[in-house]
Design a protein around this ligand. Sequence first.
Ligand SMILES: [Zn+2]
Length: 167
Amino acid sequence: MTPVRPGACTGARMTDPDRDHMRVAIDIARRGAMAGEPPVGACLIKDGELIAVSHNGVIGDLDITAHAEIRVIREACRSLRRLDLTGCELVSTVEPCCMCLAASHYARISRIVYGASLADINAHTHGELMLTHEAVLAGVDPKPAIRGDVLGDECRALLHEWSGRLS
Ligand SMILES: [Zn+2]
């Protein structure tokens, strides 16, 4: 039997909660896309627990503000019965737009995780406000912690499939 080096992968699954949460967001984004919505999904996590999950709902809700991130923030506030989501993490398949960043700022969300970038979605929609999180949150203190490109390839593939169906 080959001796196992300290620190080597022993076959036990390396866990990355961000990737697990992103899979939840990707799954709901897929469901949204099947229902005719833009393929963006989000979930809201508190202490490792899933509080809210939603896909983009602009078409079904006939509400241009019904981005996946806005919908999970609304749902989480109602479910937790508070407006302050300090300690919560927002996970989205796409880098949140400036509207969703503003909402997450007002809700005091502590951490944001995303997959595809704003540039990735804009390559398909050509209509995004290209204000990255660095620009929107420039004067904010404290800033939420932000991690991008989590399962980015899968999130970009969703956008690509959707864009292909539209053309
Ligand atoms: Zn948005």
